[in-house]
Design a protein around this ligand. Structure first.
Ligand code: ADP
Length: 165
């Protein structure tokens, strides 16, 4: 049986930190499904389709990685995909409390599913999708922390910043 894992998140947009976690996971599991969460409560900058398209392009060098989206409970989706592992990335202690709570909640809901934490590389520890969006909108440089496809989409989404980047 293939060892498959789901890496869920908002990926709004995908950053080099997410790519690093996916690469590490792809080296361990036979198959990694990067899964973009459709959260109707949370206002996103990019649509689900855009987030998937950017992730697909940014991860195209990894043959055992696929990108899809899901709605509803994560554990239901993981069961549907016949996977038993949820991948999450850890940046700092500040991530830990939230991630630990989610992992415990998911274990309560689905005891057969394991949450698998991958620690980030220190050079990505400060990167988040929200900081990328904010820095770009205020004219800062994000080229070093996102893949080229995301940089391009940010320029299209926030054209006022074109002159400065
Ligand atoms: P969510 O809204 O589910 O937290 P994100 O897209 O922000 O979705 O993050 C998805 C996962 O990737 C989370 O486990 C998060 O901690 C992790 N992650 C985000 N940025 C980084 C990074 N720079 N390095 C490592 N892991 C990260």
């Amino acid at each position: 049986m293939k060892r498959s894992a789901v890496y869920p998140g908002s990926f709004d947009p995908i950053t080099n930190g997410h790519i690093y976690i996916t690469e590490r996971a792809a080296a361990i599991f036979d198959e990694v499904k990067v899964s973009v969460l459709v959260n109707l409560q949370k206002k996103s900058t990019f649509s689900v389709e855009e987030r998937c398209a950017m992730a697909r392009e940014a991860l195209s060098h990894l043959p055992n990685v696929t990108v899809d989206y899901f709605e509803g409970l994560l554990v239901d989706y993981v069961r549907q995909t016949r996977s038993r592992v949820i991948i999450r990335g850890l940046r700092a202690m500040s991530d830990f409390e939230y991630e630990f709570q989610m992992a415990l909640m998911n274990r309560q809901l689905a005891p057969e599913i394991e949450t698998f934490f991958i620690v980030t590389d220190p050079k990505y520890s400060y990167i988040s999708s929200s900081s990328v969006r904010e820095i770009f909108q205020f004219g800062g440089t994000v080229q070093d922390v996102v893949p080229p496809v995301v940089f391009q989409r940010l320029r299209e989404r926030f054209p006022a910043r074109l002159a400065q980047q």
